[in-house]
Design a protein around this ligand. Sequence first.
Ligand code: NAD
Length: 317
Amino acid sequence: MSTTSFVTGAAGFIGSHLVDELLARGNRVLGVDNLILGRRENLAASLKNPRFIFRELDVNNLDAMVAFLQEQPAADEVWHMAANSDIPAGVNNPDVDLRLTFLTTFNTLKAMHALGIPRLAFASSSAIYGAHDGALHEDTGPLFPISNYGAMKLASEGSITAALERFLKQVWIFRFPNVIGGRATHGVIYDFLKKLRANPAELEVLGDGTQEKPYLHVTELVEAMLHIHDRGLERLNCFNIAPVQSAATVRFIAEAVVRAAAPGARIRYTGGSRGWVGDVPKFSYSSAKLQALGWSPRLTSGAAVERAIHENLHLAK
Ligand SMILES: NC(=O)c1ccc[n+]([C@@H]2O[C@H](COP(=O)([O-])OP(=O)(O)OC[C@H]3O[C@@H](n4cnc5c(N)ncnc54)[C@H](O)[C@@H]3O)[C@@H](O)[C@H]2O)c1
């Protein structure tokens, strides 16, 4: 009998790629999204599949979410992808991350409790670690996030582990790096391409271009999540997902975007080492635990950046 997977944030960038892959495995997939950040077009192919049922719905409307799930075949597992992905919006207004990043997790857990759904896969983030020197491992601490987004992801992880003690049977926590690729709804490449559309002569870059982070292509991220889901057999499975020892600077990304979308455009750096308050300007991510589980990405950060630029070039037109 095939697995029934419930995906929150299904119309988002990562959620929609995940839905594609779950369907490709033969799963029945139930998806919800309130479309505040995601787009129905992201689900264009999946919506044609009779094994996919989508409902436009706010995860924080618990009654509506439970009612939707009660109408469908019982879900075996939840993939909780819904959150605020607009980090600067959460810096300006902390309520955004309280509602979209934390309360969506809290309400998803309530729905799982009400319906007896036993397994949860959760999209967490490198932002839970805060600023540290050296590579971030799963047991790096203390965990003092420096953004509201990171704080609400950490609070979500805490609620999930508490629910594991109380009623869940199994949990997979994935700590993502920067994820890039087609159908992007946000992020540095998305922002640069949109800026060049507005002004093809100049690209304004926040900071001095030296910020350096690991970037993973969304197809590899989804592959890694499914690998951990299939082979992470502990009750609580927590994994960093990252490219192997590679990162890309903002300068590298800006130059690659200009080359591809607006050759000859001037790049103007606003200065300072941080793009915005709460930004961790440089970090390196250890994926040793994931490699030990048998999965490594094929793309370096730089190669993932080049591929993602080409997949999103329409944004500059
Ligand atoms: N993209 C990255 O680099 C990255 C990095 C770390 C973690 N993550 C996490 O991965 C997950 C997916 O992110 P993404 O990059 O695809 O962003 P995204 O914005 O494209 O996807 C999130 C989706 O959740 C939906 N959503 C938000 N609040 C909702 C609510 N109350 N009810 C229903 N739907 C709601 C949005 O409309 C959107 O479609 C998020 O949890 C995000 O925090 C992403």
